[in-house]
Design a protein around this ligand. Structure first.
Ligand SMILES: C[S@@+](CC[C@H](N)C(=O)[O-])C[C@H]1O[C@@H](n2cnc3c(N)ncnc32)[C@H](O)[C@@H]1O
Length: 604
């Protein structure tokens, strides 16, 4: 029987029954029900299997039932290819960093970071220092709509988009703290694939919600099919027991509470007195102030026992209607209800729409140099209100015009933003300068009474540690001076870079007693012996040097590695762009099996 494929990036269900299977059509992304596909002849005898890579495998199989245990999984071409990322160091450019001249409040934050460069390398660069420390990641990646925006490419082929997102999501997951959460805006083009992908990275149990954000102000009558009113905001938590913060009550939510009887406890709402579930003390009759007798309707019960009802009535907490002749209701006082639980529909009235953000951009950048796809500040404010507290760390690795940083800054949260487009300089820096100067009075400034203050440091990614020499050999890049090299090797080896002012051999540490020394020198046995003596018995040292003489294991407190040889296979060197820009992707030939995902007989 033939498996029936459906077009690009569709959900593909393939059924197999006969011996000579054939799969027609090749989805670039799809839901694969089984990782191993078993070929069975019509007597039910196993003949072999085809793995995900598409190679028939004649290996003996334990049981065909095994297949049922395989998980439901989204798959796409190239899913198995994972980049071996180089953990780059970040270099500050003080000329582009910015801070206020003086403190405005005690909560001013100065150690925010703006990173210019590809976010996959940037996230990798942050991983060592920030793993487990980030309270909230908000990202608004290119939606993969196929539209051409002025400032960046949006319209990647689905498989590439999924791979690029997966690689970023995995690092984001590592960065989040135990009580952290991830928020992603996306539209219908990729929302449902992204949901399945996030389930895989975060675990399905960590899916919190798919919030609907009403982004459009009016219908678009030129739409061919439907005019889209909303975007999705996918919310995932690091742990399943994550509790969102409640939202402050609004005037609108409070306005339904009234005080028709001038109750000294203030405005109240009449609460439903009935319960649906059978309750032994919930079936009785009560006589109201005018002598009318009330019982619950058939199949329903009083919510509280009779004794409790009269107690509440004595305290003026029961409402019998304006004339005292209505069935009793139990008052719910405004002063006693808590803040608002977040809901899944976010209206433009509450959090702004695309039009709101366009207006915010116009205020920040008068003229026509504004950014194409900004988000409204109130949308991000709501996310941060639910997901963070004062001083928590927020990351946005698709920063765009810098809305997340601007809002986080005004709300007293610490932030890291990454942007690879030139608008990092033309939009984010000037925007953050206006925020820090207090001259940005748009967006949420008035609501949070923003007066300015704080600052940020601007970084870019260091070049690759390795470069090819004229004989095509990998050598340490000429751009690396000794301090930079020490920092880069520390990072590569998982050490914290913290050069000692007194001990030349201490460039960093992994624990209190384990250190690293990085040098381009060729170390003699005498030099190593001297270092070993200084390190002493209670400490250990990793020595990374160009060359050395003597046996590597001769000195028990030293581990000696030759660089670059010892690190050459660690990662991909010289790869500067993992961006979501198709043109920049490496032209790598497909791996064997990548095209033939389901075997040789595939027709693409
Ligand atoms: C939809 S916009 C974000 C808009 C933003 N939320 C705002 O309010 O302005 C997506 C941004 O991601 C950036 N981007 C795309 N790929 C990137 C990458 N690999 N590294 C860093 N930024 C990237 C684009 O340049 C673009 O500015």
């Amino acid at each position: 029987m033939d498996g029936v494929g459906i077009p690009l990036a569709g959900i593909r269900v393939v059924r197999f029954g006969g011996h000579n299977q054939r799969i027609v059509g090749m989805p670039l992304a799809g839901i694969l029900i089984q990782r191993q596909i078993y070929i069975v002849n019509n007597k039910g005898t196993r003949k072999g299997c085809i793995s995900n890579s598409g190679h028939p495998q004649g290996v003996p199989l334990r049981d065909i039932k095994m297949a049922k245990k395989q998980k439901l999984e989204l798959t796409w071409i190239g899913k198995e290819n994972r980049p071996k990322l180089e953990p780059r160091i970040l270099l500050e450019d003080p000329e582009k960093s910015y801070h206020a001249m003086h403190r405005v409040t005690d909560n001013d934050v100065f150690d925010n970071r703006l990173i210019f460069g590809d976010n996959l390398l940037a996230l990798k660069a942050l991983e060592q220092e920030f793993a487990g420390k980030v309270k909230c990641v908000f990202i608004d990646p290119p939606y993969n709509t196929g539209s051409a925006f002025t400032h960046y490419d949006d319209g990647l082929e689905h498989s590439i988009w999924l791979s690029l997102m997966r690689d970023r999501l995995e690092i984001i997951h590592n960065l989040l703290s135990e009580d952290g959460s991830l928020w992603i805006t996306v539209d219908d083009n990729e929302a449902h694939y992204l949901k399945v992908l996030c389930d895989e990275v975060f675990g399905r149990a960590c899916f919190v919600s798919n919030v609907i954000w009403e982004k459009a102000d009016s219908p678009r009558n030129s739409a061919r099919q439907f005019s889209t009113d909303h975007d999705h905001v996918l919310v995932y938590s690091k742990k399943t027991d994550w509790i969102p913060k409640r939202l402050a009550r609004t005037d609108e939510a409070n306005s339904i509470y009234k005080n028709p009887d001038n109750d000294p406890l203030g405005p109240w709402l009449p609460g439903d007195p009935y319960a649906n579930k059978p309750y032994s003390k919930g079936q009785y009759s009560v006589t109201g102030p005018t002598g009318r007798v009330f019982s619950p309707p058939p199949g329903r019960f009083w919510r509280i026992a009779e004794k409790k009802l009269w107690e509440l009535d004595k305290n003026g907490r029961v409402w019998w209607g304006p004339k005292g002749s209505a069935r009793p209701s139990i008052k719910r006082y405004l002063t006693e209800v808590g803040d608002l639980v977040p809901r899944t529909f976010w209206s433009k009235k509450d959090v702004g729409s695309n039009r709101t953000s366009k207006n915010e951009m116009r205020m920040l950048f008068p003229g026509d140099s504004s950014f194409d796809t900004p988000k409204p500040e109130r949308l991000i404010e709501r996310v941060l209100n639910i997901a963070t507290n004062l001083n928590d760390l927020v990351i946005d690795s698709f920063a765009g015009s810098g809305t997340t940083g601007a809002v986080a800054h005004k709300m007293g949260r610490r932030w890291i933003m990454v942007e690879l487009g030139e608008h990092c300089h033309t939009h984010i820096i000037p925007r953050m300068q206006q925020v820090i100067d207090g001259t940005d009075q748009g967006g949420i400034s008035k609501t949070v009474n923003w007066k300015g203050g704080g600052g940020f440091r601007y970084y870019h990614l260091a070049p690759s540690l390795m470069e090819k020499d004229k004989w095509d050999n990998w050598v340490i890049s000429k751009e690396y001076k000794s301090a930079m090299m020490a920092e880069a090797v520390c990072k590569l080896e998982g050490f914290v870079y913290a050069p000692s002012e007194t001990l030349y051999w201490q460039h960093g540490h992994s624990t209190e007693s384990d250190f690293i020394y990085v040098t381009t020198q060729n170390l003699s046995h005498e030099q190593l012996q001297q270092i070993s003596d200084e390190v002493g018995e209670s400490r250990s040292l990793l020595v990374c040097c160009s060359a050395f003489r003597g046996r590597a294991d001769a000195l028990p407190n030293l581990t000696i590695k030759k660089i670059p040889n010892a690190v050459l296979s660690r990662c991909e060197w010289g790869h500067d762009d993992y961006s979501l820009n198709v043109e920049n992707l490496p032209q790598k030939p497909p791996e064997p099996g990548q095209q033939a995902l389901f075997g040789e007989e595939v027709e693409s």
